[in-house]
Design a protein around this ligand. Sequence first.
Ligand code: FES
Length: 499
Amino acid sequence: MKHTITFLPDNITATVDKGENLLNAAAQAGVYIHAYCGGDGVCGKCKVIVDKGEVRSDKANLKQEDWDKGYRLACLSTVESDLEITVPEMTTKSGKALKRKPKTTRTISAKALDSLIGSWEVEPPVSKLYLELQRPTLEDNISDMDRVMRGIKQAFPDHTGGEPSYDHPELIKYLPAVLRESDWKITLLLLRRNQGGFRIIDVEAGDTTSKLYGLAVDIGTTTCSGVLVDLSNGEILAESSGYNGQISCGEDVISRIVYANRPGGLKGLQEKVVGTINTIIEEICRELIISPTDIAYMMAAGNTIMSHLLLGLDPKYLRESPYVPSVSRFPLTKAAELGIHAHPSMRLFLYPCIASYVGGDIVAGVHACQMAKSDKVSLFIDIGTNGEIVVGNQDWMVCAACSAGPAFEGGGIRYGMRASSGAIENFQIHPETFDPMIVTIDRIKPSGICGSGLISIVAELLENGVIDQQGKFSHNLDTPRIRQGIDGWEYVLAWPVIR
Ligand code: FES
């Protein structure tokens, strides 16, 4: 359910989901709220007044008298209804009112992206069918598989896609036992075939139609991320990420190609990325208390080299002129055959790549944003260790790629980190006091800066004159946050001990 928040006195409105954190909502709407501790509930600076509507809030260290006046800590409050929120005026030590921070919006949350690009029809390539079959008798003793096929025909009398095929030999090995143990009440997992009709890839005892999970994995050169999706409605149920285990074999794609050409190198790289994916699967399954074998389908996207390495394909020729990949449209693969902890029949769809350095990751991004359906010319930028830019619309698209380095995933930045709990992901600075508004992922004590945080920090510092266009700090600003550090001038985002 959506709710509208009006932030006063600037009258800035935002529409958010019920349960959204108020500090997050303000940051995404571009509203500055004094917030030092990243949303950890410690600094006590993010006080707002709830004029109208309902929030669920933790009192924490808020004084009783403030609580009674309607003050709440934004970082410890979630949205429960439409709201009117007053952000209190800030004053200097001498009591002079500080000028208000103009609205700045630099980040678009994944949820806001939905409203920007439109939602998707949920139409997964796998589905489930529950059947209650007749028990065999002496008069009706057709084979178990024929009995299943007959059940399917009865369930889909108008089906025109021909006789379903089925996984051989896995399925027929355990089909007889499952049928009998379940008293002939079974659920079939069906995979849609490109040529029409479907293929039976699993049979489960009883009615399991309410459990249909898909896993989406982004295989980055530096970081791999996975989300588990409920394929019945498209809802994301859990997510996990980790550094790609191949990092120990080289930080960029070229060094991975070189490593792959050492004896045992290709196999080692494949095992490392598979190990990373398995860790992601384990973490997600532990969180949801499901088994990896409950996952019905997997989609993955990576740059061309990552895709080759996952499939165990030699990437050597991608580095040599004329830079040719082994394959650009990858065949549907049984994930378990690569070593992925999954049901033996779970299929892995790997997004196709366009060229040696224009991979499935950018194709997946363009697909997700539905650029190819729009008549407007859009620009899509994916800055990972490998950076790609696509510009175009439904009639044409042009792409360029280059090496970007792992800076946005924490590499080479002293306090850089992946976009995980505690990473500063949103930042604003007050133009007079130079005090920060810091929002961290999961709103805990800041422990580093992720890519989106880096972009908003540099942009805000530049716009507010803390750094100039060369990145040099202004030394004459009246704030203790700008100081001489070990490596030169710096701006203190978070003090080691909150003041
Ligand atoms: S107490 Fe809310 S940001 Fe610090």
